[in-house]
Write a protein that binds this ligand. Sequence first.
Ligand code: BJW
Length: 247
Amino acid sequence: MIPTERVLISEELRDRFAQANNVLVLTGAGISAESGVPTFRGGGNTTVWKGMPFDVISSAGMLARDLPAVWEWFNYRRGLLGALKPNSAHEAIALWQTRFQDLTLVTQNIDGLHQAAGSRNVVELHGNIWRARCFDCGSRHDVRELKSDTLVPVCFDCGGNLRPDVVLFGEMLPAGAFESAAMKAQTCDLCFVIGTSAVVYPAASIPEIARAAGAHVVEVNPEHTALSDMCDEVVIGKAGEVLPMLG
Ligand code: BJW
């Protein structure tokens, strides 16, 4: 018996994928779900930690009020992520680097799994959980080896307090990150939006910019999202199943 594909990829998408030169990919937490990374929202639920919704603990306000609590939250998450590996969706996108003339990978994820799969020049809109940044001198440090019970580590250069090098609610994105993604969105011919609920701005505006500039916008997600209605095509399915089918 010939196995049937559970996910439907249209002929139009196959053609566009075969002919595309400039491709932009925006990813969110859902692309890492099949690696075991918890998403923030989905199925009507919101991640909560010690009674606090994540948008409270992961906020500029909490950083100002209670830095040790923020470190405790990120130490806990580094513990969750440490052993996880990239999945077939991360691997498929890493292969696209050699397939297209120009591939821009923009991620909202802080887990580093795209890089672990071999993707280079990843535009990280929301930072990276494996780095910390000094409040005083701004220098960045690798915290892969940091002990999981360290609350408020100090800067190896100046002794100032470190903070996770991630973008919390109410904070600005890293200088130039959104701007370079938006510039590529204006010139891409195919734009994939993968595994994001597309409710957090300015990241969610990237596919909107691509669509307004004439790109074909394709969403890959098991659920419909805030962005589905403006997409040219919505592929309902898990990223780890859909992306390898594209080639
Ligand atoms: C699968 C799957 C599978 C599951 N395969 N898919 C305009 C209007 C209103 C508000 C604002 C606005 N502009 C800015 C704001 C404020 C705010 C914002 O957007 N708020 C809205 C939520 C209302 N934005 C900000 O504060 C940003 N900063 C900013 O704009 O600076 C300027 C400014 C400064 C000061 C004042 C005002 C403006 C910063 C946003 C930073 C977001 N940070 C976080 C936390 C990072 C650190 C941490 O990890 O703790 O980033 S929030 C969280 O959401 C995280 C994510 O990157 C981000 C996006 O989530 P994502 O990736 O979409 O995940 P989910 O869980 O939402 O969705 C998962 C999806 O996967 C679902 O759709 C599933 O179906 C799907 N899925 N399995 C494929 N196998």
